[in-house]
Write a protein that binds this ligand. Structure first.
Ligand code: LLP
Length: 439
């Protein structure tokens, strides 16, 4: 995808740079982001909305997909808004110099300290998830004599066709105020009575890695129907309808993502139609893509180490990373594709299991990878579409240090997250205070 190409030496290049050169300079495992591809994805979203004249819209990048100072600066430079879900993501965004007004804060259990941080920074909006938060925020704002724009996260009862763990819009969900049982209505009423919380709209997020538009249309229909009742019953004026993220991407050739404009067309036309139907004016339409902005732009480079051939069963090829830098295969049975980056022109006919180095049988990145017969110790492997929920879900299992992250574009590479060292791994550790008690 993007700027990927194979050079005359049969090596995979990204952003005009030979991946073997990147591996040599920065080491492996290495997360490589093709920033030209990130920008072109952002443009696809912008252009899809621009086709609909007269419609107000806003795109917020869901930073949970990949958060670091540099990516936030890139997002900011591209004029997007930002969605954060924790004090840590908010801190990263503020440290990156993001205008707080362009930040939205999500999450089903924001702490007092996190809300205080958001109020101190005077961020653009808080997406309130539950009654505990609604009460807490009201009290905090009253104490500070401060106002804040809020959206209410609602659970529309729509099930998107995706993995159960990343499905969030159905009735039995830890997120949001349910629409079906009056919870959302009570929350709207309470917010409208507030002197400090300025209810500007409602939000839903129906799931992630979604390949069809029905779920979005269904959620919008249900939400607008309820909004119309609230407008009629207690004068609620909907300014913003936020339909979250979840737009699917290509991981393997069996994934058939829709063009971005299909999702946006559905969102816009459904919202227009439903608003017309209930005689409501069209609110500003907000989306929060994460994966679809950074997912395909990320490639992880690994070096092959050991191998194990079990005759008649399977051959394992182990790389120098694994579930510590990409938990998705073991957590969601997520599928990926890989090539041997230094033998990119060789026929990839040998089926192997591409294993990680963690002490866990489930640490297999790709169960059935097709690589050249000659692929062996010292060769470079590129696993594609690792840009979302890879680095951001990395762990220190087995005390494996997190890889470095680099951005590449137009033949230039820049280090944006340093590789962790062993010293980093023990930085927060404290020695036993009184060693003598062991004697
Ligand atoms: N907005 C809200 C409120 C969300 O909860 C999410 C994702 C997004 C936006 C962005 O969704 P995206 O466009 O990236 O699909 N760790 C899982 C994905 C969890 C998504 C959680 N929420 C994975 O690796 O597949």
């Amino acid at each position: 995808y993007g700027t990927q190409a194979i050079n005359g030496r049969g090596h995979l290049c990204i952003g005009g740079i030979d991946t073997t050169v990147l591996a040599k300079e920065y080491g492996t495992p290495l997360y490589v982001y093709d920033t030209a591809l990130i920008k072109s994805k952002i443009n696809e979203f912008k252009q899809a909305f621009a086709r609909h004249a007269g419609v107000n819209w806003q795109i917020a990048y869901a930073s949970k997909a990949f958060s670091s100072i540099a990516i936030i600066q890139l997002i900011d430079e591209q004029g997007l808004f930002l969605d954060v879900v924790s004090g840590g993501e908010l801190y990263t965004a503020l440290s990156a110099g993001m205008n707080p007004k362009r930040i939205h804060f999500h999450g089903n259990n924001k702490s007092h300290a996190e809300l205080a941080m958001a109020l101190d920074a005077k961020i653009g909006a808080i997406i309130v998830d539950n009654f505990f938060e609604l009460d807490l925020l009201e009290k905090m704002c009253a104490d500070r004599n401060q106002e804040i724009d809020i959206l209410l996260r609602v659970t529309p009862g729509v099930e998107a066709h995706t993995h159960e763990f990343i499905m969030t819009g159905q009735d039995d969900s830890k997120f949001g105020f349910n629409l079906g049982n009056g919870m959302a209505e009570r929350a709207v009423k309470q917010s409208l009575q507030s002197l400090h919380l300025n209810l500007i709209g409602i939000h839903c997020h129906i799931g992630s890695q979604i390949f069809e538009t029905d779920g979005f249309a269904g959620a919008i229909k249900i939400m607008i129907k309820h909004v119309s009742a609230w407008t009629h019953d207690f004068g609620f004026q909907l300014q913003v309808l936020n339909v979250g993220g979840g737009f699917g991407i290509h991981y393997t050739d069996s994934d058939r993502p829709l063009p971005i404009e299909c999702y946006i067309d559905t969102i816009v036309t459904t919202a227009k139609k439903e608003c017309d139907c209930y005689n409501l004016s069209l609110p500003s339409l907000w989306i929060e893509p994460g994966r679809s902005i950074v997912g395909e732009a990320g490639t992880t480079l690994y070096t092959v180490g050991s191998s194990k051939d079990i005759p008649g069963i399977r051959k394992y090829l182990s790389v120098d990373g694994g579930m510590s830098d990409n938990i998705r295969p073991s957590l969601y049975q997520a599928q990926y594709q890989a090539i041997c980056a230094n033998k990119a022109n060789e026929a990839a006919q040998s089926q192997v299991a591409l294993a990680g180095k963690c002490c866990e049988s489930g640490d297999v990145l790709i169960k059935e990878a097709f690589l050249p017969e000659s692929c062996t110790n010292g060769d470079l492997i590129a696993v594609f579409s690792t840009g979302a929920y890879g680095y951001s879900m990395a762990s220190h299992y087995n005390r494996i240090a997190n890889p470095a992250v680099i951005f590449v574009e137009d033949g230039e590479a820049s280090l944006v997250v340093r590789r962790e060292t062993y010293e980093d791994l023990i930085r927060q550790d404290l020695a036993l205070k009184d060693l003598s008690r062991n004697n």
